[in-house]
Write a protein that binds this ligand. Structure first.
Ligand SMILES: Nc1ncnc2c1ncn2[C@@H]1O[C@H](COP(=O)(O)OP(=O)(O)OP(=O)(O)O)[C@@H](O)[C@H]1O
Length: 393
């Protein structure tokens, strides 16, 4: 049996489908207006450099909570020379609970200087974009993430936190509430005349939320390590570990005691934190580090290709674990991933995506790289900010 086939036997197949069925983008980067009608199969977007492939993936990434796959300023996304209405993305999704309409865009009514994203779910304005995590789970890999293991810990926290939303949708709101409290505390400390009761209330919220974040990351790392251990395909095996003071506390003592430790540390460090403008302790200081198991090497010391393969392995392990737990495969956005893989790994990636039943969106300049998908995927050509399904070419 070849490696690709062995790999294919691993994943649990999704019992319910999560898929975008219709996507409409308006004044979104290079797109004045574009519409795509698709089914639940993987979506392959091919076209020349600068055609608009990544922009479309970015539009899909706004169906999940956060700042999208480029983490761009919301106003940067407005189409240059578009009208003044701001960008918008509207989608119809197939979910386990039935069809779902999501609309999102830059909130043009927001006060000057404050950029906000508005989210509508089935026509109702959502209180917070975090609720998107209740409806769908999505992960992405982009060429910018090739340095994920080399650059600072914040990118790794963001990547792994997004994976945690899959099994624990409340994690999205938890992380955003913690970050908001952290910013608010820093603002009060900077002013130097903060009401102590107000600070205490914020620190109380940060301690409870912070330990809950650490606990969710601990659960994610355990889940991913287990899924990575069980994988047998051509991708390397990754072993992940959490590094950070609060993570250490949580590993050594009950969660309530760890909360007390964090609350006390925040209160003790007010003077220091006022000077640095942050907080010396908390889950925003943690890191998730990866090792290449077969090579027994930290990911940061692996070659560029090995690091990319590790990232794909982790993303697939996440998709596998989540599909096994929830019966629903996450949507995967894989920008320019295929071009970096050898033939065996490419075939294994496609086989696994299909076996999971994930609506993965893949981009590339070379259509031939996607041949192994054959009829298992749907294809569209992107050229000059127009999307043409291949069947109608
Ligand atoms: N706000 C904007 N308004 C108009 N055009 C934009 C805006 N932001 C980016 N673009 C343009 O959109 C075009 C398509 O970009 P995109 O990143 O989607 O290309 P791509 O097809 O992924 O290309 P590559 O294969 O090189 O990665 C680029 O020419 C870019 O300059």
């Amino acid at each position: 049996m070849n490696a690709a086939l062995a790999f294919q036997q691993q994943p649990a197949r999704a019992s319910a489908r999560l898929a975008v069925e219709r996507l409409i983008v308006t004044d979104f980067r290079c797109y004045a207006s574009a519409r795509l009608e698709i089914d639940g199969r993987p979506v392959v977007l091919t076209g020349a450099n600068g055609a608009g492939k990544t922009n479309l993936l970015e539009a899909v990434s706004f169906l999940a909570p956060g700042r999208g796959l480029r983490r761009a300023k919301l106003s940067e996304i407005d189409r240059l020379s578009g009208d003044a209405g701001g960008w918008a993305v509207a989608a119809r999704l197939e979910t386990a609970l039935g069809p779902l309409d999501i609309g999102t865009g830059r909130d043009m009514a927001a006060a000057t200087g404050v950029e906000r994203r508005v989210v509508r779910i089935d026509g109702e304005t959502a209180k917070s974009q975090s609720v998107l995590a209740d409806h769908l789970s999505m992960a992405w890999l982009t060429p910018q993430m090739d340095r994920l293991f080399l650059d600072g810990a914040s990118g790794r926290r963001r990547f792994f936190d997004r994976l945690a939303y899959g099994a624990d949708p409340a994690h999205a709101g938890r992380v955003s509430a913690y970050e908001q409290a952290l910013r608010e505390r820093a603002r009060l400390l900077k002013q130097g005349r903060a009401d102590a009761r107000w600070l205490t209330a914020l620190e109380e919220q940060m301690a409870a939320g912070g330990i809950a974040i650490a606990a969710a990351r601990q659960a994610l790392v355990a889940r991913l390590n287990q899924a990575c251990e069980m994988s047998t395909g051509p991708f390397p095996r990754a072993a992940l570990a959490l590094e950070g003071t609060v993570d250490q506390w949580l590993a050594e003592m009950p969660a309530l005691d760890a909360e007390d430790r964090l609350r006390a540390a925040l209160a003790d460090n007010r003077r220091l934190d006022a000077e640095t403008g942050g907080a010396a302790e908390g889950p925003h200081r943690s890191d998730i580090v990866a090792r290449h198991v077969e090579k027994d090497m930290p990911a940061a010391l692996c070659s560029t290709g090995e690091q990319k393969a590790l990232l794909i392995a982790i993303t697939l392990a996440h998709a596998r674990a989540q599909t096994a737990e929830t019966g629903i495969a996450p949507i995967l956005l894989l920008d320019e991933v295929a071009a970096h893989l050898d033939e065996a790994r490419r075939a294994a990636l496609y086989d696994e995506i299909c076996a999971l039943g994930s609506q993965a969106w893949l981009t590339g300049t070379d259509r031939a790289l996607f041949e192994p998908f054959a009829g298992r995927a749907q294809y569209a050509i992107v050229a000059d900010a127009t999307i043409t399904p291949e069947a109608s070419v």
